[in-house]
Design a protein around this ligand. Structure first.
Ligand code: B1M
Length: 214
């Protein structure tokens, strides 16, 4: 018997076994894959909000994101068969000279949870590599993370290179501990997210899938 509320709750609680079990039950019950996916992303919305408000911390968010990842792995073949495509494609990376990737990985997990296909370029990513990857994956969104005051300057180079490469309407979101909304605006980025939870909302707004502007 499919129980979507239990699926949402299992992901919120970071209960990987429960998340996979309820996903399998929902698939076997013949529920629409999009309906199942919506129940999963609802959990990530809750988790993102709690993280933003400081009600949970990195470990809890990681545990939920892992449950989400295992559950979506079960759903992926069904989604593919049903022809359901991710809402957007994103390339994500930590800026050139910077090896910090924990925050960037959290952003990637949250974006995947929000039905955004993520091509993770890893760390130490040059502006040229970002441009190349946007072209390669026909991406709508670029996420750049920086944790060092010495490397965040490279974010401006990414914005300039992407705009100069004539890649269409690509939205660029930046974040990381030393980055601010003012800095994001100064370099011409389309959005700034202070944490992985708000990165979903900011990305959706930039893509025109949500209300308001970032
Ligand atoms: Co480094 N490190 N580190 N470090 N390190 C910091 C960042 C530092 C603040 C420590 C300190 O001095 N207090 C400092 C930077 C100072 C500065 O420039 N402002 C620092 C330094 C100086 C260095 C080295 C230079 C040290 C040295 O070798 N002398 C060196 C640099 C190496 C390099 O990158 N080239 C270095 C190395 C390392 C390790 C390799 C040992 C390791 C990284 C391991 C890894 O990531 N795989 C490391 C770590 C772990 C840290 C601290 C302790 C933790 C960073 C972290 O993962 N935080 C950090 C001190 C600290 O933060 N307390 C420190 C948890 C993570 C979830 O948060 O990454 O901020 P954060 O991500 C958040 C938000 O920022 C946001 O969402 C995330 C979740 O909410 N966010 C985005 C991040 N990216 C985003 C992108 C978005 C949107 C939001 O859109 C695309």
């Amino acid at each position: 018997m499919a129980d979507l509320a239990a699926l949402t709750k299992a992901i919120e609680d970071g209960d990987r076994t429960g998340a996979v079990l309820h996903t399998n039950e929902a698939i076997e019950a013949g529920l629409k894959p999009q309906t199942i996916l919506d129940a999963m992303t609802a959990a990530m919305d809750v988790i993102g909000g709690k993280f933003q408000r400081g009600e949970i911390y990195v470990p809890e968010m990681l545990i939920s994101a892992r449950a989400m990842k295992e559950a979506t792995a079960k759903l992926e073949p069904v989604l593919a068969k049903a022809g359901i495509r991710p809402e957007a494609r994103a390339v994500l990376g930590t800026i050139k000279g910077d090896l910090h990737d924990i925050g960037k990985n959290l952003v990637g997990m949250m974006w995947k949870g929000a039905n955004i296909e993520v091509f993770d370029l890893g760390t130490n990513v040059t502006a040229e590599r970002f441009v190349e990857a946007v072209r390669e994956h026909d991406a709508h969104l670029v996420g750049v993370s920086a944790l060092l005051t010495t490397t965040m300057v490279g974010m401006g180079e990414v914005v300039t290179a992407i705009r100069a490469a004539d890649l269409g309407d690509v939205k660029i979101i930046v974040g990381g501990a030393p980055v601010t909304a003012e800095y994001a605006s100064k370099i011409g980025a389309d959005g700034y997210a202070p944490d992985a939870g708000s990165a979903v909302e900011v990305a959706k707004r930039a893509l025109g899938h949500g209300a308001g502007a970032s």
